[in-house]
Design a protein around this ligand. Sequence first.
Ligand SMILES: [Zn+2]
Length: 238
Amino acid sequence: MSYYLCKYNGGNITPLDGPMRSRTVVNMIHSLGDLSRQKVGYCNASRYELAKRKLYPRTKAGDAKLLIDMAANRLESAHQTYQFFYIKDKLYYPVFIDADGDQIEEVQDDEYGSLCESCVTWGLMHFAQQQKKGKYDDIEGLHHIQLWQESSPEHCDFVSCGHCGEYIDVSVLHTFSQEIDHWTDIVTDEDFKRQVDFPRDAWVMRELLISSDAYQNHPAELLKLANRVLDNKPYKAC
Ligand SMILES: [Zn+2]
């Protein structure tokens, strides 16, 4: 027999996940915490609208975390597609080099300051051209420009390649909430509905939803995002 994880809100039941085995759904509920006003439970697969079984009381925070986890699950397959086929592994940045091969300083370039492994060759050509055109004539002792790989990148926000636009897999601290705000407040309903299925956008949304830094720093914003994801990726029974 399979079961659905459900949220009970007044008289309404919202299925959150499933179908799954009873042991899985019970473990899930137990792992999510203690007492509350809102309720989560599981229902028999064949008549989940009718059969309410074993309601588990929940905390408000536990309930929020549950919704965030459910939204993350809903985006999992698109996220995996991006992670597997598109995401870039290495982050490169441009550096001014002198005649002895030593670093003078990093190149400050808003557009192409971060490049991925696929765009290194393009980047070297681009910066050599810029140098030829005289853009860096004021850099004393400049011989040429190299691209260096950042060894263990840790950033305040997501990083994408300035040339191809794909995300680069770096560790993100989510110091700011602007990326979450983008998905909750700036993207229109119509665009959100479309974008939530795009691997690139689903990847970034799920990365936010599963990040403990994002949860710690911006719990209310993440909950808002989770609700928007769940509204736009409604539960479909198999
Ligand atoms: Zn690139």
